[in-house]
Write a protein that binds this ligand. Structure first.
Ligand code: ADP
Ligand code: MG
Length: 335
């Protein structure tokens, strides 16, 4: 069905009729000039927003509307996870090209609401516009957390251990596979990597636990690539860091499908992007407590390095010493 048949308000109604029941905290949801909601008393508001642009952040030749809906909320949940906060309310703004079908929007919303339902997030509003050519998706996510529990990028201290959840580089490789295969994987390994790129799992329970137990002193989600995001922690904390190449966690499908020579495949993982894993610094005396906790984490946890005094900067090293970091730049929209 064509969008012109239902119009802007028809589209908004299609979203609205899928939202039920209203979760606690929503006083007035979609349908008013502004939404009214309440936070748990004693918590602070934690806000984040992400803009996804067709042709920049996603490619409709290999991304389905359903997975796009899931991912557009999941990437925001990942930011909330990295603060150790609890996600509550979402706002969704869409700029939709006229050629888009109603079925596409229905699938997108179905994916979005699957994720919001899974994490107890309420879609409370948004905005809808036409777009001359490309699809734009903007999601704003509001969460909450106790001030003393929230984790910023700025608390790492020299001597801390650096940890990362899950494995790195899968998403970058998954995107390359998706491009090459036009979205149709030809093996289980290819399907695994594509799934990691198209359907990321936000590390929310892990982030909340790390924050609630006071384990992570500084935390970030790995969205631009390990090197780039570790530099953000270092800049904000005014520290340096060392990462050991041999310790970087790589999945089995990644190791079997990376096309660079085996000794170099960690480079893809360091550069990466869109891993949506958590990178965080922990005081060494908490290592045992963390290890005990992480035994229950399906995603796994790896100590990949150490926080160093500021003047060192970020050093990636192998057994022979620091490696040449010419290749180590994360994604920069304007570079
Ligand atoms: P306004 O004219 O005040 O901007 P709209 O007609 O755009 O209001 O929106 C009507 C209601 O639908 C509002 O509650 C708004 O937040 C909500 N809404 C509009 N677009 C979306 C969307 N894409 N997703 C969720 N809610 C939306
Ligand atoms: Mg509007």
């Amino acid at each position: 069905m064509e969008l012109r048949e239902i119009g802007e308000f028809g589209l908004i109604d299609r979203i609205k009729k899928n939202i039920f029941p209203l979760l606690p905290g929503v006083i007035r949801g979609m349908g008013d000039d502004a939404a009214i909601s309440s936070l748990t008393s004693g918590t602070e508001l934690v806000s984040t927003t992400d803009l996804l642009v067709e042709g920049v952040h996603f490619n409709l030749s290999f991304t389905s509307a359903h997975l796009l809906g899931r991912k557009s909320l999941a990437v925001n949940l990942s930011d909330i996870a990295a603060m150790g906060a609890n996600p509550r309310f979402a706002l969704l703004s869409l700029a939709v090209p006229m050629k888009t079908t109603v079925e596409f929007i229905d699938d997108f919303i179905r994916g979005f609401l699957e994720i919001s339902g899974a994490y107890d997030v309420s879609l409370i509003g948004g905005d809808t516009s036409s777009s001359p050519e490309r699809l734009f998706i903007s999601v704003t996510l509001l969460g909450e957390g106790k001030k003393e529990n929230l984790v910023c990028r700025c608390g790492a201290q020299p001597g801390d251990d650096l940890y990362v959840t899950g494995t790195l580089g899968d998403s970058l490789l998954g995107m390359q596979v998706a491009q090459k295969r036009g979205g149709k994987p030809t093996s289980a390994d290819e399907a695994y990597l594509m799934e990691r790129h198209l359907n990321p799992i936000p590390r929310l329970p892990e982030g909340k636990t790390l924050a609630g137990r006071g384990l992570a002193r500084a935390m970030i989600d790995v969205s631009d690539g390990l090197y780039s995001d570790l530099r953000h922690i270092c800049e904000e904390s005014r520290v340096g860091a060392t990462v050991w190449v041999e310790r970087i966690p790589l999945s089995v499908p990644f190791q079997s499908l990376a096309t660079v020579p085996k000794e170099q495949n960690w480079q893809l993982a360091v550069k990466g992007g869109e891993d949506y894993e958590l990178l965080f610094a922990v005081a060494p005396e908490k290592a045992w407590e963390l290890k005990e906790l992480a035994r229950h984490w399906k995603c796994g946890l790896t100590c990949i390095g150490k926080v160093e005094p500021f003047p060192q900067g970020v050093t990636i090293r192998n057994e022979q010493g620091p490696v040449d970091d010419a290749f180590l730049k994360g994604y920069d929209h304007f570079a």
